[in-house]
Design a protein around this ligand. Structure first.
Ligand code: UT7
Length: 340
């Protein structure tokens, strides 16, 4: 008699997952390089030359991430033509949840009306959108779930240290959501790769605000623990290498050469990182989508924000082969090759 476990595996009818809809949202408040010139020792010229950034959006004083996450989620549902009740899984990636308990995914579930969805948050910093894609894709591939929603949403301005000119100019707030649905193998997400190396957990971190240094202790605030800290130079070098390696890995997995890729949509960390990675990969700059000058580094929201803009501008067309890649705190890094 055959081993039942073996049969189970053989009986699995693996399907692929496609991005059926994409929605984004940016908060209204705008923070320009000129605004930074008023509060820290910096110049528009330095920021543009070293990062490529000009403008970011910030949530308002009474806002967390739930409003922009809901807005992005509603737009993704409308784009996909999917009813909220059809969503069976909602994964929200964020480094800046609305509150520690409950998950932001739980908070927005009733507002979005995704009442049949299992909802939870994940923490993978800037790689969060691709991590969420990879997780949701597994459930779709096994048939456990037919329709999933993934959201990357951040309010990084809440934890930016406006006394640290090397980090505060980088980050912006925003949200991006995708509705994922089952599709034929060979369509949608063709391959994913994801990695973590906790040995480097201290080079991008927010030490306070969690259980070790809770935010309800004045000394922790005075020591500026609940603020984002980054060793920019180290991160820069590791990011270029990791982006390059994970992109090659995902291309190899899919058996596709870089020449076949129509668009490279990287996490929008820094123009110089993106250019260095593009050069190493051998992809022409015209195929690399960059929108960081308008939004800054929005962590887990960055890829869907760039992708939505690319599609709206007509640059990204249905059927295009898209390579997306991200790198961030953890360290985490990930890439995915998707037929749009
Ligand atoms: O999304 C997660 C992943 N994050 C990243 O990938 C970020 C990676 N790192 C970076 O993007 C870059 O390292 C930064 C943009 C953060 C910094 O750029 P850099 O070219 O690495 O600058 P640096 O840290 O080597 O600093 C060069 C100089 C320093 O002055 P001195 O010591 O040479 O006199 C800094 O104090 O630039 C100074 N500096 C600034 N000057 C004006 C740092 N920040 C600023 C600023 N305005 N905002």
């Amino acid at each position: 008699m055959a081993d039942p476990k073996e049969n189970d595996v053989q009986d699995l009818k693996l399907v692929s997952a496609r991005i059926a809809g994409l929605g984004t949202a940016l908060p209204a408040r705008v923070m320009t390089n000129k605004d930074f010139e008023q509060i820290i020792d910096t110049t528009d010229e330095w920021i543009v030359q070293r990062t490529g950034m000009r403008v970011r959006h910030y949530v308002g004083p009474d806002q967390g991430i739930s409003e922009i996450a809901v807005e992005a989620g509603r737009r993704a549902l409308a784009d996909a033509g999917v009813a909220p009740e059809e969503v069976e899984l909602l994964i929200l990636a964020t480094a800046t949840p609305e509150q520690p308990i409950p998950s932001t995914a739980s908070i927005i579930q009733p507002i979005l009306g995704v009442k049949n969805a299992v909802c939870f948050d994940i923490a993978a910093a800037c790689s969060g959108f691709i991590y969420a894609l990879q997780i949701a894709r597994q459930f779709i591939a096994t048939g456990e779930v037919k329709t999933a929603m993934i959201i990357g949403a951040e309010a990084l301005s809440r934890y930016s240290d406006f006394t640290d000119r090397a980090t505060c100019v980088l980050f912006g707030d925003g949200a991006g959501a995708a509705v994922l649905q089952a599709c034929e193998p060979g369509d949608g997400v063709l391959a994913c790769a994801w990695h973590t190396d906790g040995n480097y957990s201290e080079i991008i971190q927010m030490p306070g605000g969690g259980s070790k240094y809770p935010p309800n202790v004045k000394e922790h605030i005075d020591a500026r623990l609940p603020f984002i800290k980054m060793r920019g130079n180290e991160v820069f070098k590791l990011a270029v290498r990791a982006f390059n390696e994970v992109c090659q890995e995902v291309l190899d997995r899919a058996g596709v050469s870089i020449d076949a890729v129509d668009w490279f949509i990287p996490h929008q960390a820094n123009q110089r990182i993106i250019s260095a990675v593009g050069d190493r990969l051998g992809i022409p700059a015209e195929k690399v989508y960059v929108n960081l000058e308008k939004v800054g580094n929005t962590s887990s929201a960055s890829i869907p924000l760039a992708m939505r803009e690319a599609a709206d501008s007509g640059a990204l067309k249905r059927g295009d082969l898209v390579l997306m890649a991200a790198f961030g705190g953890g360290l985490t890094w990930a890439a995915s090759l998707v037929r749009w």
